[in-house]
Design a protein around this ligand. Structure first.
Ligand code: AMP
Length: 383
């Protein structure tokens, strides 16, 4: 059967790369946005990782890029280094027959080396906002020829405090590039950013974002205050005895507290949060993938976009404050027909959030009684 991407006016080099990647049919988000992007229309898209959203913008961008023009023709902004590299890989794979060069600019890496890379061939630049802005200010990145701009995971950029950097970068652009904004949610500040830079954007929403796989068993435990979570969680861990688990906490501090506490209990674990050195982060991710330890404790931001296989359990040590984040977190388990468990600790004053999650997913959590193993152990002392 002919590759369905042939319905779009794409170059042979791009169609060949899509064939090689095994992309024969556009995903929903791709079908919704590729024709508009090719026509130069701005877009705002709500679509999660896993929907094929990277290729949705990477295909038109690679199609547009001209190898002869040795300058940044497209700019993709990502909130984290991991996402930046994942997106670079996709752009690289789609642009491989055009031999497109895709430098990645991110903080914590020597400026001088990035400057040297930029002096070599450059077609599409991917980067985190702070570092991209640094290069703009130093005059080592010329954005005057940029014709496509992607602001990916915009809600996360906002949460991480990058939105002013994004705005400043956009101020360095010239002419009227095509703007694409991808975000799980749109609030006032993102609307304002869109209104400032975008022209009659097409708004696309991929609806099945609320779906949680029915291979995920969702359970919850109530606690009356945060302080009671730790002993309860240790009991739950003993009982669930997960093969591969991710534990999400609401703050960096909580990630640390939990990490050191589990280590004290002799439980092999790792942690990811925004203040951890890049090298250590990479090592932790690799080590977890290689099953060097079974429990990874993380904040949403630090774990966003990093893919792990075979997660058997997702623990919400802290319930997220956003229902979409809940769906995203638990979607890390129960993949490919395997069963998974999502276990949430819910403070009593979070009942409203729980209701909102349940009506969003259409699935109720089974509320379980605390196992109280520790209590039993204490009571089991012989007379
Ligand atoms: P993303 O949502 O961008 O993280 O993409 C999720 C996965 O889907 C990635 O591994 C892509 O390589 C893959 N993918 C993207 N588009 C297609 C397509 N049209 N057909 C098959 N796989 C795709």
């Amino acid at each position: 059967m002919e590759n369905q991407f042939r319905q779009y006016p794409l170059e042979e080099d791009i169609l060949g790369a899509l064939d090689a990647l095994g992309y024969t049919q556009p995903t929903e988000i791709q079908a919704a946005v590729i024709p508009s992007i090719l026509n130069g229309r701005d877009i705002i898209a709500k679509s999660k990782t896993g929907s094929g959203k990277t290729a949705a913008f990477a295909i038109p961008i690679c199609n547009f890029a001209d190898w002869e023009q040795n300058t940044a023709q497209a700019l993709v902004l990502e909130p984290t280094r991991e996402l930046a590299f994942q997106v670079k890989d996709e752009l690289y794979a789609i642009g491989r027959f055009k031999r497109l060069k895709v430098p990645v600019l991110y903080g914590g890496f020597p400026m001088e080396k990035q400057i040297l890379t930029l002096k070599q061939r450059t077609h599409i630049v991917v980067g985190t906002p702070g570092r991209v802005l640094d290069h703009c200010k130093r005059g080592t990145l010329d954005l005057s020829k940029v014709r496509y701009v992607v602001i990916d995971e915009a809600d996360l950029m906002l949460d991480m405090g990058f939105i002013e950097d994004v705005r400043n970068i956009l101020m360095h652009l010239e002419g009227k590039p095509v703007f694409m904004l991808f975000s799980a949610t749109m609030g006032e500040r993102l609307e304002a950013l869109a209104a400032q830079f975008m022209h009659e954007p097409l708004e696309v929403k991929i609806e099945n974002d609320t779906e949680t796989a029915d291979t995920i068993e969702q359970v919850g435990y109530f606690v009356d205050e945060d302080e009671k979570k730790l002993p309860l969680f240790l009991d739950i861990l003993t009982m669930e005895n997960p093969d591969n688990a991710m534990v999400f906490c609401g703050t960096r501090e909580m990630v640390e507290v939990l990490y050191y506490r589990l280590r004290k209990e002799g439980i092999a674990c790792g942690m990811l949060h925004g203040m951890i050195d890049q090298k250590v982060r990479t090592r932790t991710i690799e080590d977890f993938r290689a099953q060097g330890f079974r429990i990874l404790i993380a904040t949403d931001v630090a774990a966003r976009g990093v893919d792990f296989q075979n997660i058997t359990h997702v623990f919400n040590y802290d319930l997220p404050t956003n229902k979409e984040v809940y769906v995203h977190r638990i979607g890390r388990t129960g993949r490919a027909g395997e069963t998974g468990r999502a276990v949430s600790l819910i403070r009593e004053d979070e009942q409203k959030m729980l209701n909102s999650i349940e009506s969003f997913t259409g699935v109720g959590l089974a509320i379980l009684k605390p196992p109280a193993l520790r209590m039993l152990k204490m009571l089991a002392v012989p007379f």
